[in-house]
Design a protein around this ligand. Sequence first.
Ligand code: GDP
Length: 456
Amino acid sequence: MSHSDTIVALATPPGTGAIAIIRVSGPDAITLVSKHFKPVSHKDLTNQNTHTIHLGHIVDANKVLDKVLVSLFKNPNSYTGENVVEISCHGSPYIQQQIIQLFLKAGCRMASAGEFTLRAFLNGKMDLSQAEAVADLIASDSEASHDIAMKQMRGGFSNEIQKLREELLNFASLIELELDFSQEDVEFADRTQFYDLLGRISEVLKKLIDSFAIGNVIKNGIPIAIVGKPNVGKSTLLNALLNEERAIVSNIPGTTRDTVEDLINIGGINFRFIDTAGIRETTDEVEKIGIERTFHKIENAKLILFLFDGLEADLDNLTRIKKKFPSKEVLAICNKVDLLNAEELASLRKTIPNGIYISAKKKEGITLLEDKLSTLVVSGSLQGDETIITNSRHYDALLKSLEEIQKVKEGMDLDLSSDLLAIDIRQALHHLGEITGSVTTDDLLGNIFSNFCIGK
Ligand code: GDP
């Protein structure tokens, strides 16, 4: 596909809105639009300055289609780095279509998914990981995922990788230079400095690789399992958290046979709550499968909410769960406090001082539980402003880069010859370059940008 022509697309969601924005980008964007735009000022659009807005009418032959505002951005000072015109028209689907058709007839091509951002990348406006962050930013649905995407878009870790890659590239050229003088046994590349650089690169890569686990969890929601005996109120609690009747609530033990999951946003973080079949010995085949699934789900959960009925404190199961999952945080939650008298409640509080006391049915103590959840997670895994990787493509390239860097290190320990070292260094450079986009293939670009929406 050529990227030197002029493209057009609707940038706002399809459908009716107060206004819609149609974007045109490419060398002919301004001249093409000016043919159908009659400014109220009567000044020719092509003579206007960049970053200016103009009121006027979009006209097809002599028919006025709409009164619009036109924003002008001139190459290279635009999102794509090309001439860009953004037309804010009234948000009727008919008007949107008519204007787009008009520009298609005038010589524009319909933009493919992500093509505006692809052009921004090709024109050096952003590196590849920044371009990918644009898609993440559009998709972000919580404060945490927004923060991560925003940081990556501003440069985040790709600047650091780019700098390290350049240092490595310098060494690569020195080592390759040694190959030309192989008869003379010279060393242009200072081995101590080189070793130090490899150490620094490994450290950065390792940190980023480790962050992927957290990043992925934030993007997809932090998995939390709600467990407890049948009838303690797991579904009711889930409903209270979800604020809707989603899980099945009934007082027949064992009704939550399958697992139900839902994303809920608490304090800017997405949690994926997993309601589970109750844990108890059973002969019912369907329920047995449910219980097996419960344990499997718990394996994947970051946090376990152990729910028990205040009337029959189920401390054996609490101990069992803690023992079965020693590495997981278990939060003890006493439900149905509305059925307890003050004395019973006080005695329970003494036995389980760290417990959280709620009534899922009466929606009491739910806010307290929500606060506890967000503080636990925030202090546990979102500390400071460390860079967090959320993209599996980056994760993959980081792993491969680290592997190659380790090979180079080992090669140096074994005193390998420069020609062999050079091969591994080239491989490491290749994988590092895949992250920032210094090394790309059409397939890779096609893959990344096809996931964007049209108009971005
Ligand atoms: P699950 O089997 O653990 O999912 O339990 P359910 O959520 O289906 O609840 C079992 C029964 O306990 C239902 O009749 C609920 O209405 C009731 N229940 C749940 N939470 C409370 C509560 O806080 N107080 C009281 N009094 N009843 C509750």
